[in-house]
Design a protein around this ligand. Sequence first.
Ligand SMILES: Cc1cc2nc3c(=O)[nH]c(=O)nc-3n(C[C@H](O)[C@H](O)[C@H](O)COP(=O)(O)OP(=O)(O)OC[C@H]3O[C@@H](n4cnc5c(N)ncnc54)[C@H](O)[C@@H]3O)c2cc1C
Length: 475
Amino acid sequence: MASVAADLVVVGGGLAGMAAAIRAAEQGLKPLVIEQGSDAAYLCNSRITIGVFQVALHDMLGSADSLVKAIDAATHNYVAADLRDAYAAGAEPALRWLFSLGIRTISGGHATRSLATLAPPVPRQPGLHWQGRAGDVMLRTLTAKLEALGGSLRRGLRARELIIENGRCVGVVASAGEETHRLEARGVVIADGGFQANDDLLRRFVSKHPERLLQRNARTGRGDGLMMAEAAGAALTDMECFYGHVQSRDAMKNPSLWPYPTMDFPISAGLAVDASGKRFTDEGLAGVSVANAMARLDDPLGCVAIFDSAIWDASAKTYVMSANPFLTQSGGTAHRANTVAEAATLAGVPGEAVAQTVKQYNEAVAAGTLSSLDPPRSADTGHPWGSKAMPIATAPFYAVPLCAGITYTMGGVAVDPSARVLHKSGAPIGGLYAAGAAIGGLEGGPVVGYSGGLAKALVFGKIAGESAARDIKGA
Ligand SMILES: Cc1cc2nc3c(=O)[nH]c(=O)nc-3n(C[C@H](O)[C@H](O)[C@H](O)COP(=O)(O)OP(=O)(O)OC[C@H]3O[C@@H](n4cnc5c(N)ncnc54)[C@H](O)[C@@H]3O)c2cc1C
């Protein structure tokens, strides 16, 4: 077993890991990033990202107060105040620091508002197009910066186990093919990107049928960090929720149908029904919440979006690579018929049951009693990724088979505002930090509030690097 010493070992070369390592190097440490991918352009969510920097869909350069309010509104006050405040206060300095490292953004890009979006932006085409764009350029720039500061990135090394001595993390055991490496360090940052690509962990926390979820991600987040931390006694938090979108069921087989278009907008203006033809969640909470509700069903692949041509011509045209026209242009199925029952039957759900569901819904829209439906339905949450409830009344009617796309898991190891991993006892585990999609505590809750993937990686990656440098230099 080879032994390598570094000041700080960072597990994962996505945005969170690179931010932690660069910040630590700026403060005088010699960090080593280990990355399981062996290609120069190893895949990860940070590389294939669309690249919109936002906190709860708000501008990271806005005031900390405005971001506190945005996080509270998105999560219905779910996030603990100390973590929320650290996130909100750290957003603007972190984004300005990223700019100082040579990362360029444009205003707007794929967002509906003028949010900082990585340049050059990914093209407005269905399917993934990351090469030479957005996250790919960002990671290449950050790697060069890390090396210029005396840090290093070693590809093809997969972390397997934390080395814990006297309750403190003093390194990592990693594998490279058949070889095992013992990497001794004075601190370790877990930044492995979440557990969305680990079916066993998904089955344990998220869905009875993980194989019936769309992997709307790079498939590199396998929960290694979570399992290593759990074995070391770390507390886990918010494990049930994920960030993702509702997609055409055809996306399970057709890569042109993810990450966009999503079906979020037509659903939040109309309805989603399960395999029995009944509603199962509040569609007004928008796509991230609906995708989570779908994943919890006995059959996550049994759901169908139901709406009419007025919605198809309005809400379905909203947002980047909108469902209308990209769903059908990219080969996705949209059943159309002159009655709701016919359209539903074509989509494989019981027509009469769906017609009855739509009748009750239309009556509630007209009477203003949507909140009395079972389950209750919001009329208009004002969610940036949602629409107000509309009647389903204008032929032709649409039925679109759906799947739930999982981008990253929102839950993970519990951390304090200094990104120190917390033991189940509530005390920090010495020498152990975590950032990005590997951590929980910043999003989720009953309405599955989303507070930002890139922002969470950047802000807490930077905090982790600063904390590690402070602790290691002060030791
Ligand atoms: C299609 C798509 C679009 C997105 N668009 C946006 C957007 O516009 N805005 C936004 O805010 N968020 C967006 N996100 C989410 C955002 O990109 C991620 O949340 C963020 O990049 C996560 O960064 P990370 O560093 O935590 O994880 P990652 O970028 O996934 O990096 C983790 C790294 O750890 C490595 N790793 C894993 N296990 C090990 C191990 N055992 N040993 C060593 N290495 C390991 C992985 O290979 C990977 O390289 C998008 C995601 C996707 C997939």
